[in-house]
Design a binder for this molecule. Structure first.
Ligand code: SF4
Length: 449
């Protein structure tokens, strides 16, 4: 729960000395409440009040970092229950499970696929993020061998999974420099695990069979100085997962309940053996609100929809996806190549450029900055009208790239034709097809210089 300026003021010296850079303590308190100032700016606040305020001002959900370097996965510090209220900030980490009970050939194939899996959508790379190494064999040596193999094969962060605490902590020590997530720490093993966890200073995955029990374990760990935790409420199916994840998020954000103020994890891999149900549960957990989702499969047919679901949920709804304003050269165009124009709404760009590639006809694709608005919205807002496009064509010297004077405009922007004929005298303005999918046929049949 956000702290109000008036609440903060109660803990300030109220001398209005201005040393913080604000005219009064009240002005400073108001700025603190909106995140525009730091408590350190007041040199006179007493240490106890400062510690209390810092605890109250801390984000309702902790930030947790798993792994190191470029591949480190940061989850948590989410601020809202619903994406449309603001945005979800730190996308769900997708983990693929390896078991030391699987055949070596299966493990090798999974590792190869995990490492090589890259998928691009609207200019963004979609990847899996973690390798979960599970101890199911009862053989500690086999488990540590698999952990070593995962470390050698991939630089992705690791999630260590073992119900044998000794094996878990041994594996954690083995790869501590890679900053793995150590799971599960429970009511039963927390006492035995604490000395090693404090020594290694690694993020901890906490499992419990109820939210009350979960809160008890996190409070115990926090009292011992363990700050970075990921919560597993032990959900056994998709419905339980959505219920548990929602209760945790609500408790943290709406009630300010600190013991549950951590990112969460879910294990669709243990909920369902059917690949479709596993993917469906993963998609539900991404929407509601898992910080980590663990899958057993590396089958692209099921993994891709999950990654696209995450991509859609974690795209900031306040900012349309855009591409750079410029004249893109597709398939090495020359002076006789057509010029098509569209907006910098990313989806428009990728659909039209894809259609040109499909046509196999080299072309210039002139992309006008419309702040991410599509063709019709941009036209009605004046960002894609005749005057704006003419200015853009001149600014980027597009006329110098070709010897013809023909411009193909989107078929949905029929009214642009007249405007552009006025603004670009000497140019032939050609109305393109209504649908981008018709561009290959249109270019093949209609383009000539
Ligand atoms: S420095 Fe502290 S005491 Fe002085 S005006 Fe700012 S908040 Fe008030």
């Amino acid at each position: 729960m956000a702290l109000k300026g008036a609440d903060i003021l109660k803990s300030l010296p109220k001398t209005n000395c201005k040393e913080c850079g604000f005219p009064t303590c009240f002005a400073f308190a108001m700025k603190i409440a909106t995140g525009g100032a730091k408590l350190d700016q007041c040199p006179h606040i007493n240490p106890e009040s400062k510690a209390e305020l810092e605890a109250l001002l801390a984000p309702p959900m902790k930030l947790v970092t798993i792994g190191t370097g470029d591949k480190a996965m940061v989850i948590g510090e989410e601020e809202v229950l619903f994406r449309h209220e603001k945005s979800f900030f730190r996308e769900t980490a997708i983990a693929i499970l390896l078991s030391d009970d699987e055949e070596p050939g299966v493990i090798d194939e999974k590792l190869r696929k995990i490492q090589g899996f890259h998928f691009e959508r609207i200019g963004q790379k979609l990847n899996v993020n973690l390798v979960a190494v599970s101890h199911d064999s009862q053989d500690k040596g086999k488990y540590t061998s698999l952990v070593k193999k995962a470390m050698e094969f991939t630089d992705m962060p690791l999630l260590l999974v073992s119900c044998e605490t000794e094996a878990l902590l041994e594996a954690a020590a083995l790869c501590a420099r890679r900053r793995p997530l150590v799971y599960p720490i429970t009511k039963e093993n927390v006492g035995a695990a604490l000395p090693k966890l404090k020594e290694l200073k690694l993020p901890v995955g906490v499992w419990a069979k109820s939210l009350e029990e979960l809160a008890g374990v996190t409070a115990q760990l926090q009292a011992e100085g363990i700050e970075e935790m990921v919560l597993d409420p032990g959900s056994k199916n998709m419905l339980e997962a959505v219920r548990d994840q929602t209760l945790i998020r609500r408790s943290a954000l709406k009630k300010g309940f600190r013991p549950l103020g951590y990112p969460t994890m879910a294990f669709p891999c243990f909920m369902y053996s059917d690949k479709f149900k596993e993917a469906l549960a993963a998609a539900a957990c991404i929407a509601k609100y898992a910080g980590i989702v663990v899958l057993n499969q590396v089958d692209e047919r099921f993994l891709l929809p999950v990654l696209v679901q995450r991509f859609n949920i974690y795209t900031d709804p306040r900012r349309p996806m855009t591409v750079e304003e410029k004249a893109y050269e597709i398939l090495n165009p020359d002076e006789n190549s057509p010029i098509l124009i569209s907006t910098n709404y990313a989806l428009d760009y990728f659909i039209v450029s894809g259609a040109i590639e499909e046509a196999g006809i080299p072309a210039y694709l002139a992309i006008k900055n419309t702040d991410g608005l599509g063709v019709l919205a941009a036209w009605t807002s004046g960002k894609f009208n005749g005057e704006a496009i003419a200015e853009f064509i001149k600014k980027f010297g597009i006329e110098n790239k070709v010897k013809h004077r023909k411009l193909i405009i989107p078929g949905v922007a029929r009214k642009l034709k007249g405007e552009l004929e006025e603004e670009l005298p000497g140019w032939e303005i050609i109305l393109g097809p209504q649908e981008a999918s018709e561009i290959p046929k249109f270019l093949a049949e209609k383009w000539s210089v």
